[in-house]
Design a protein around this ligand. Structure first.
Ligand SMILES: [Zn+2]
Length: 300
């Protein structure tokens, strides 16, 4: 080995080790995004999520350790549509890593590729609650939307790590073939027209995909806790419509749902995870969809 080559060799090794042995370091805002990156990135990515699966992603604390992680990241993946507006900009500003700033190569906003549901065209104020004018940000709970985001993530990973392009392509194909089969099976398990009451509009896209009717919400406005008068209205509607399930995301308090179930014949409360790692056995997005489908299958 010539001296020059030896120096070059040592430097390349150093560069590799700084880069987590060549892996693309990815930070996601949610565990659902994390799972999606893992499906597509496989062994070539090192992924961490800022929020936990048991946490409401609207409210996350911008911890100093997150800023440090972002300063070393190759890619920051977020949902967008204002979901992380209260905390992600703080993390990115503190990280001093220009390549992961909004609009840069190392920044990916999934919501940019979604034709959202629940867009608000009229002017909104604080009094309307915690609304998302550009549309509902919980689109990854629809497996078809997740697939379209996985495709875009695959393109992004190829852009950042061209050498492993064929691996990303094949991971995506495996994921997409598997998910398409599952979606067919899930559609058979849920009866179209199943009526439910929900806490927050978290499952809007899932309901839309599987033909579930969301009759009422326990929240009078997004982010606003239920009031007594609102609950009475929900009970009335539930009795009239013969709703069988009231759904509560496991980071909300189920007390109100139980109160409603007491006054509505045949209504059962289902406390469900809505994020990967939101329950011990829910380790991937597919596990999560399985869990959701099982909460809605059976009698209407
Ligand atoms: Zn929301």
């Amino acid at each position: 080995m010539t001296k020059l080559f030896r120096i070059f060799f040592v430097f390349s090794l150093l560069a590799l080790s700084f880069n987590g042995f060549g892996k693309v370091r990815v930070l996601t805002t949610t565990t659902n995004l994390k799972s999606l990156v893992e499906y597509v990135g496989g062994q070539f990515v090192d992924v961490e999520s800022f929020s936990k699966g048991t946490q409401d992603p609207h409210y996350v604390e911008a911890k100093p350790s997150y800023t440090l992680k972002a300063s070393r990241a190759d890619l920051v993946v977020s949902i967008g549509l204002d979901l992380e507006a209260g905390w992600l900009p703080l993390i990115l500003r503190g990280a001093r890593n220009p390549s992961v700033l909004m609009g840069k190569k190392g920044n990916f906003v999934a919501g940019e590729f979604i034709d959202t549901l629940g867009k608000i065209t009229t002017p909104v104020s604080r009094a309307d609650g915690d609304v998302h004018p550009e549309g509902n940000p919980h689109f990854l709970l629809d497996p078809v939307s997740a697939l379209s985001i996985a495709k875009k993530l695959k393109d992004k990973l190829i852009q950042l790590d061209e050498g492993n392009a064929s691996e990303y392509e094949s991971n995506f194909k495996t994921f997409s073939d598997m998910l398409n089969l599952k979606i067919k099976e899930w559609k058979k398990r849920i009866s179209v027209g199943t009526k439910v009451i929900s806490y927050h509009k978290t499952l809007t896209y899932f309901y839309h995909r599987f033909g579930i009717s969301n009759i009422a919400l326990l929240e009078p406005k997004p982010g606003v806790p239920p009031s007594a008068s609102h609950i009475l209205g929900v009970i009335k509607t539930a009795n009239k419509e013969k709703v069988s399930r009231v759904i509560v995301e496991n980071y909300f308090d189920p007390t109100v749902a139980k109160r409603v179930a007491k006054d509505v014949k045949g209504l059962s409360v289902k406390v469900i995870p809505v994020s990967v790692e939101g329950e011990p056995k829910v380790l991937t997005l597919v596990d999560l969809y399985e869990r959701l489908v099982s909460a809605f299958e059976g009698s209407k």
